[in-house]
Design a protein around this ligand. Structure first.
Ligand SMILES: [Fe+2]
Length: 430
């Protein structure tokens, strides 16, 4: 009985500096998670490994080629290095694998590293196919060209003796309605083709980070695995049975032993100045790198709480806002490793502050520490907070978070010493 391991949406940043635009994607943690997954694979010995896209978390402005040429060239090289790391990791497992790109992958370096890998495996009487699709300018993906022709050939096959597995990034089914497009533009056409074909099939997708259950329609099984980049770092095993049914189990790489220690730090006044520079960029304080490095060395995972309430910045919109954070974190380079650091976008607190449409922003309410603990796989007792605002300290303290209010970046450095003594995180656990 074929046994398939499926994981997706790593959003890895190993050589790529900076952090993901979404706080819950623990991009810098992926290499250590892959070590753990490698151990699982050695024990479970799957027949196939399916990786359904978003291997890397390439910054948005690089994906859309709007950043300066020099920065693009540098990230291109970093992406090449990260893809090579992943290919070597996969090859060393000694298990056939299929990999497709996602909308956060950079096409050229991806093709250079994975372009030569087989996109079909015939194993005993079953076949597995990778369908690498890319999204268009409107962020909606469409299967087209050679990939579409190959898909049509595959589903028209007269051979119905065993299972067929399809690996793809976007969704054909189940239908998912989300603020960002999840489905193929031609999902209905692809679905119809799949339904009209003879073999029982398992169609593996990623992209929708919360995932879905396996949906069975006739002899076809559609599975959207949740993102491994997010706590508790899920992956799935499927067993394909002779009678055309399939069983699946979801497991997690996180276990109770690796609860991380989080250090939340206000951006404004502590990590960056209050004003933006003439180009509209954040201006990091002189101690920005030192604070982030010190937090990391003390065993904390640093989270920058960033509010969006600067009148000058409102015209940028949400995407530009994230790009500015990407660029700010890119200056941290590999020094904040392996734990990385993240931004948590916080709603403006002032009633007349401008707000962003459709932005996945957290609100500074008493339940925020509990939410942060859930997103990052921590617990209240393992969260610390450095703020410049007494009322914020009050909110976090009331929830049981060890909080310190400081007046300067220098005081923030001293606060890290105090907090690391109080909470005793173990350096290197992140
Ligand atoms: Fe993703």
């Amino acid at each position: 009985m074929p046994k398939i391991l499926h994981f997706t949406d790593m959003h890895m940043r190993r050589s790529i500096s900076g952090h993901s635009g979404f706080s819950e994607r623990l991009s810098r943690k992926i290499p250590s998670l892959l070590n753990k997954l490698g151990e699982v694979i050695k024990i479970e010995k799957p027949d196939l490994i399916a990786v359904s896209g978003d291997l890397l978390d390439v910054p948005h402005d690089l994906l859309h080629r709007t950043s300066p040429a020099q920065l693009y060239a540098q990230t291109f090289d970093e992406a090449l290095e990260d893809y090579t790391f992943l290919r070597v990791w996969l090859e060393n497992l000694g298990v056939p694998f299929l990999v497709v790109p996602g909308n956060h992958d950079l096409a050229e370096p991806f093709e250079r590293v994975f372009g030569g890998c087989p996109n079909t495996h015939q194993i005993r009487n079953w076949q597995a196919h990778a369908f690498p699709d890319w999204d268009g300018a409107d962020s909606i993906a469409e299967r087209q060209g050679d990939v579409l022709r190959r898909f049509e050939d595959v589903v028209q096959s007269k051979d119905n003796s065993g299972w067929a597995i399809h690996v793809q990034h976007y969704l054909i089914r189940p239908k998912v309605d989300f603020w960002h497009p999840m489905m193929y533009r031609n999902a209905d056409y692809l679905f119809e083709k799949v339904q009209n074909s003879l073999q029982p099939k398992l169609l593996l997708s990623g992209h929708f980070h919360v995932g879905t259950d396996v949906e069975r329609v006739g002899t076809n099984h559609f599975s959207v695995c949740p993102a491994i980049a997010e706590y508790p770092h899920p992956y799935r095993f499927y067993e394909l049975l002779e009678d055309g049914t399939c069983t699946f189990e979801e497991h997690h790489l996180a276990d109770g032993a690796d609860k991380i220690h989080l250090l939340c730090i206000d951006r404004s006044d502590i990590l960056t100045g209050e004003s933006l520079d003439e180009k509209g960029e954040f201006v990091p304080v002189g101690q920005f790198n030192e604070i982030m490095e010190k937090a990391t060395q003390a065993g904390f995972f640093p989270i920058m709480l960033s509010t969006w309430n600067h009148p000058q910045a409102v015209g940028f919109g949400w995407t530009e806002f994230r790009k500015r954070h990407d660029r700010l974190f890119a200056t941290l380079g590999a020094n904040v490793a392996p734990g990385g650091g993240q931004v948590l976008y916080i709603d403006p607190e002032l009633p007349d502050s401008p707000s962003l449409p459709n932005a996945p922003i957290a609100t500074f309410t008493p339940d925020l520490p509990q939410k942060i603990a859930a997103w990052f796989g921590s617990e209240i007792g393992s969260i610390a907070f450095i703020t410049s605002a007494p009322h914020r300290k009050k909110i976090f303290s009331a929830s049981g978070v060890r909080s310190i209010c400081v007046n300067s970046s220098l005081e923030a450095l001293e606060a890290i010493d105090l907090l690391s003594n109080d909470l005793k995180p173990k350096p290197g656990r992140n």
